[in-house]
Write a new protein. Structure first.
Length: 727
């Protein structure tokens, strides 16, 4: 069987239908193929196949279909196997298996496939109205090609602002203000730590570089100080705007502070930034800065979601703010930018005033957005090696007083490279931290090191083997859920800091879900208590719940979020910690899955179901307590009946947990390798843990090693250098 066997309409339609029956394709993909054939009945079958695959790739995060890559590795064009499937679990597996992609593409060359795409009614090469568009070896759905063009053009215009912004900066005052903000005694920045690490304060460099840029990115791993850096940057920008830097003259007209807005992709990320930004602003060392308190007051501490910032419209992809109705701001900061997809980034850039600055914060190595595009990852792909030009190096050293290492220079550095800074020192994970070492090894794809780490004793790491449903395995799983893990989860019998210099001196606390459920029961106020007492109780329960979280890779299957939530609820019910295992009951944690602007709840928000006193002494009414999501530390009490898009949250997918941190994270992996299980997913899951990480799985460490080798390379032309703009 080869490509000739499918070079007719009927066999190709049958092939697509069989792939959809196996869930290798989505119904949406085959519906798109059917639509194209209705529009052009004589369209070549391999054009229709390419269209179905391009649609399918969007669902997997790719902006386009890379034709050559598909021919070289056909299996990666489909979801093989479907998420959550394991051998024998699919009801269609009893049917005769359909041809695999490798069989379908056998004998088909790239030039032959491109020739099949030469159908002007369906496939264009630039501006027009065809549903598909081919640019070199990439096939796009037109809308996503347009998003790429819009983002590329907007970034080019904003990076071009650097020359004029740099020329307008008073460099002596800039240096003085940076020295004040990053003075060693202030405890802000990484001056002392950098001296011990690599003698370069990258936070200070980031502030200087972003101050001269219309577009800038500050990237770095967990604990590298991205939030602290951006707060210092905002103080610097406001100081310059208010002319309050030492040695400057007061303008004739009263200065106007910059209009700054802070945003994040999800409600959870916005709430977390809300708290951290308020603390960082309060700690700013502004006493020696002229009008320092005016600078502090001009830095906002309220964070919005991007949807709310742009003004989303119900049942529409359009926003209230766009190029014709831009946002009223001078600076926009977006945190957790790795979660921003291509379509959203295009909408943000369109809504920015031409002179406004855009600052992106995020970890370039984390999972990209669920939707198509990996914008931050693409823009930061050269960040580790700097690629700063000598002119950029000279200006940075003059403005910040910090040295840029020669190995980070590149006389041919791109314009974009001059707007990106990578923070390189982690304050969260020390050199002895097992979590930090595991994250680094996974991120580097170092499978040998990933395997060896489990042979060492690290007090902040545990490996818990899980099998089927025998008594020992169920006991180990239950102990993990209830108390944070059984004794046998440790990777060695003892931790000896003298023999193992990488060991952590004292094991951190390893709470399970018992901790928050006992907090709920033991600290519940009396029925006659004040509302303030019940709010304090809810805050205590929510804090306790954040100490431990089960994370998983998949949504479906026995090791997916749905199956694990049911299993965990049964375990907690059998342990007497919750009164029921389904429905609404005190203690049930829930996750908001769609924005609800009427209730002020955003996708990703987590609440805990609690009982409040009713009208009579023996009446209790269930409410779900959510953090207010702002600097007020308030509590929102919502009736369960008003929550239309929620799911139980004992287990979260790693994607949903992005933007969150937990004292103890338990990462539960499936039995076999899945297309979902990649280096980026492992790294993101590992780095959700602040102090302790348990990796639990029914397979062996070999699964971790194989997953660490699989890197997400999303098909895109955002930074293509082949000149194929499509224009």
């Amino acid at each position: 069987m080869n490509a000739r066997s499918f070079d007719a309409r009927e066999p190709m339609q049958a092939l697509l239908a069989s792939w959809a029956a196996r869930q290798w394709l989505r119904p949406l993909d085959t519906a798109f193929a059917d639509f194209l054939w209705r529009e052009v009945p004589d369209a070549p079958p391999f054009l229709i196949l390419a269209a179905a695959l391009a649609s399918h790739q969007l669902g997997r995060g790719h902006a386009c279909l890379d034709l050559e890559a598909t021919l070289q590795a056909p299996a990666f064009a489909l979801s093989l196997p479907p998420e959550g499937d394991s051998a024998g679990s699919s009801p269609v597996e009893a049917l005769e298996p359909p041809p695999l992609p490798a069989e379908v593409f056998a004998g088909l060359s790239l030039s032959q496939w491109q020739q099949a795409l030469a159908q002007p009614l369906l496939v264009g090469a630039g501006a027009g109205n065809t549903p598909l568009l081919r640019v070199g070896g990439r096939l796009y759905l037109r809308r996503y090609w347009q998003y790429e063009q819009d983002v590329r053009g907007a970034l080019e215009r904003r990076t071009a602002m650097s020359s004029s912004l740099q020329a307008a900066l008073p460099i002596a005052a800039l240096r003085q203000t940076l020295d004040l903000l990053f003075a060693p005694a202030a405890g802000v920045g990484v001056t002392a730590a950098a001296a011990a690490a690599d003698a370069t304060d990258w936070q200070k460099i980031a502030c200087a570089l972003a101050a001269r840029s219309g577009f800038s990115i500050i990237t770095g791993g967990p604990g590298t100080g991205k939030t602290t850096t951006v707060v210092s940057l905002l103080a610097l920008l406001q100081a310059v705007a208010l002319k309050s830097a030492p040695g400057t003259q007061s303008p004739e007209q009263p200065p106007r502070p910059l209009r700054i807005r802070l945003a994040a992709p999800t409600g959870k990320a916005a709430a977390r930034l809300n708290e951290s930004i308020a603390n960082a602003v309060a700690r700013l060392p502004l006493a020696a800065l002229a009008h320092g308190e005016a600078v502090r007051a001009a830095i906002p501490v309220t964070v919005s979601t991007l949807h709310r910032l742009l003004g989303s419209r119900p049942d529409s992809r359009r926003f209230r703010h766009h190029a014709g109705n831009p946002l009223a701001l001078d600076v926009l900061v977006i945190d957790e930018a790795s979660m921003v997809d291509l379509e959203m980034m295009a909408a943000v850039l369109a809504a920015l005033p031409p002179s406004a600055r855009l600052i992106l914060l995020g970890d370039k190595d984390q999972l990209a957005s669920v939707e198509a595009g990996a914008v931050l990852g693409e823009l930061c792909q050269r960040a580790r090696d700097g690629h700063y030009t000598p002119a950029t190096r000279d200006w940075l050293e003059q403005a910040s007083g910090e040295r840029v290492a020669p190995e980070l220079l590149d006389v041919a550095g791109r314009v974009l490279d001059q707007a990106v800074v990578m923070l390189r020192h982690s304050h969260r994970f020390s050199a002895r931290s097992g979590i930090g070492q595991l994250a680094e090894a996974v991120n580097a794809g170092d499978t040998v090191r990933v395997g060896r780490l489990w042979q060492q004793a690290h007090a902040d790491l545990a490996l818990l083997p899980l099998g089927g449903r025998d008594d020992d395995d169920e006991a180990g799983f239950s102990a993990l859920i209830v108390d944070g893990g059984p004794a046998r989860a440790a990777t060695a019998n003892t931790v000896d800091a003298d023999r193992d210099p990488t060991a952590v001196a004292s094991p951190p606390q390893r709470n399970g879900y018992r901790h928050y459920l006992e907090t709920l029961r033991e600290q519940q106020p009396a029925p006659a208590a004040s509302q303030e007492a019940f709010d304090d109780w809810a805050r205590a329960v929510l804090r306790a719940h954040g100490q431990f979280q089960v994370l998983c890779a998949l949504r479906r299957g026995p090791w997916g979020v749905a199956g694990l939530n049911q299993r965990i609820a049964r375990v907690l019910h059998e342990a007497g910690l919750i009164p029921a295992s389904d429905g609404w009951y005190p203690g049930r944690p829930v996750l908001i899955t769609h924005n609800d602007y009427g209730l002020g709840l955003m996708n990703g928000d987590i609440g805990i179901t609690l009982a409040l006193p009713g009208a009579s002494d023996d009446e209790w009414i269930l409410r779900v307590a959510f953090p207010a999501g702002d600097a007020s530390q308030g509590i929102k009490w919502i009736l369960p009946s008003r929550l239309q898009a929620v799911e139980t949250a004992y287990a979260l997918t790693v994607h949903k947990a992005q933007g969150s941190e937990f004292t103890h994270a338990a990462l539960l992996l499936p039995e076999t390798l899945s297309p979902i299980l990649t280096r980026e997913l492992l790294y993101t899951g590992i780095t959700r843990a602040r102090a302790f990480l348990t990796v639990a799985m029914p397979g062996t460490v070999r699964l971790l090693e194989e997953a660490a080798q699989r890197q997400v390379l999303r098909a895109s032309g955002l930074l293509a250098e082949d000149g194929e703009s499509g224009d």
